[in-house]
Ligand binder design. Structure first.
Ligand SMILES: [Mg+2]
Length: 401
């Protein structure tokens, strides 16, 4: 089998609908014009994220099999790297030589790569190569990764946003009733909101804890919007709520800061969603910066690299709960003993209703078959490949030049 062509399609983040407009603290919240407090500045995130949301990469072969991979939460520059640089390496090659091709792509992009866009592009191509392998074998990819290590994939409901407290409470209860064992919320504020912001951050956690009771795990995400000093103070305050983890308290490059926060925090600290390759993740592990590692299959270097990072983390006794439970991610989780759980983004009922009224759209609209849990767990995928099926109509509608 030989790779004959490779295409990258840029998809507008309009395909995420108004999902991107929820109020939450982000890495840009330090600056007022990028803050969306109480939903009053809904365009705050669009000002710095996008306009491209996802890049869909399709690798074609002379066997008539096409593999699909997605570079997400990024930039259209992923498409440029795929089409200008990666295509030169992979076209004409055997798509089953994944290890060799991965290293060639990594070395060829190293002068401008190592982290960021180049590795996101490699990640998408790697997913597509696994998809081809699965489709050729007629098996889901986890079968090729060593077989399933679980009968189903436990998932946590990760869509709690700091909207009004009544809605938050209702939504948290819905997830508990649906059978999820864990939920994740987002903090509304960072250091710039001072003591009243701290109070509101605490209120969000308290509301969810009261809503779900003692049985459920609660995690929360700071999306790199805090400083070390703020994180230490804020997390002390949250001790009574017995949290499963607090995610990305500081910027991804502040590994010493992570370690300092982790040392002081009364709950586990997670990170790695914005880290790249085995080398980047090794730095986090070596510094004992995290209790839970969260590589993203679209950033870490694809499924090939995700499995290596999970092996490394196992040596450090650090579980891997990958960022974003996309279809390719589920295959890695199914196959690895050190990946206990998937992130799952339910569409909040109240949000779905709002969207329908506005005839708007929602994230995942470009996929035909987003993961769908039953009773808090996602059944093992059965389709050959990485089970990403594209909605061609949506793809065309949201494609940008
Ligand atoms: Mg996160």
């Amino acid at each position: 089998m030989e790779i004959t062509d490779i295409n990258a399609t840029k998809i507008s983040n309009e395909s995420w609908g108004e999902f991107i407009e929820f109020p939450l603290v982000t890495i840009m919240s330090k600056y007022e014009e990028y803050r969306n407090v109480d939903g009053e500045n809904p365009q705050a995130r669009r000002k710095w994220m996008g306009p491209v949301g996802d890049v869909v990469v399709e690798v074609e072969t002379d066997a008539g099999i096409t593999g699909v991979g997605v570079g997400n939460w990024g930039t259209g520059a992923i498409a440029t790297v795929v089409e200008e640089t990666l295509s030169k390496i992979v076209v004409g090659e055997d798509p089953t030589q994944r290890e060799k091709l991965w290293e060639q792509l990594y070395r060829a992009t190293l002068p401008f790569g190592r982290k960021g866009v180049a590795v996101m592009a490699i990640s998408a191509v790697d997913q597509a190569l696994w998809d081809i392998a699965g489709k050729e074998a007629g098996k889901p990819v986890y079968e090729l990764l060593g077989g399933p290590t679980k009968d189903e994939i436990p998932a946590y409901a990760s869509n709690l946003h700091p909207v009004d407290m009544e809605t938050l409470e209702r939504e948290a209860q819905e997830y508990a009733e649906a059978g999820f064992d864990a939920v994740k919320l987002r903090f509304p504020h960072g250091p710039e909101a001072g003591r009243s912001g701290m109070k509101e951050n605490e209120k969000v956690v308290e509301t969810v804890r009261d809503a779900v009771g003692d049985e459920l795990e609660i995690a929360a995400d700071a999306y790199m919007g805090w400083s070390v000093r703020y994180a230490k103070k804020m997390l002390d305050r949250l001790e009574p709520y017995d949290m499963a983890w607090v995610e990305e308290p500081v910027i991804a490059d502040d590994i010493d800061g992570y370690a300092e926060v982790r040392e002081a925090a009364p709950m586990p600290i997670s990170g790695g969603e914005h880290e790249f390759t085995r080398w980047g993740h090794e730095d986090l592990l070596e510094a004992e910066a995290v209790d839970i590692l969260q590589p993203d299959v679209g950033r870490v270097g694809g499924i090939t690299e995700m499995m290596k990072v999970a092996d490394m983390a196992e040596v450090h006794d650090v579980p891997v709960i990958p960022h974003a439970g996309t279809n390719p991610t589920l295959h890695a989780i199914a196959a690895h003993t050190n990946m206990p759980m998937a992130e799952y983004f339910p569409t909040p009922e109240w949000f779905q209703e709002q969207q329908e009224e506005k005839e708007s759209t929602y994230a995942d609209v470009i996929f035909e078959n987003p993961p769908s849990p039953e009773g808090g767990s996602i059944p093992l995928p059965e389709e050959p490949g990485i089970s990403t099926q594209l909605n061609r109509e949506a793809l065309e509608h949201f494609a940008v030049e």
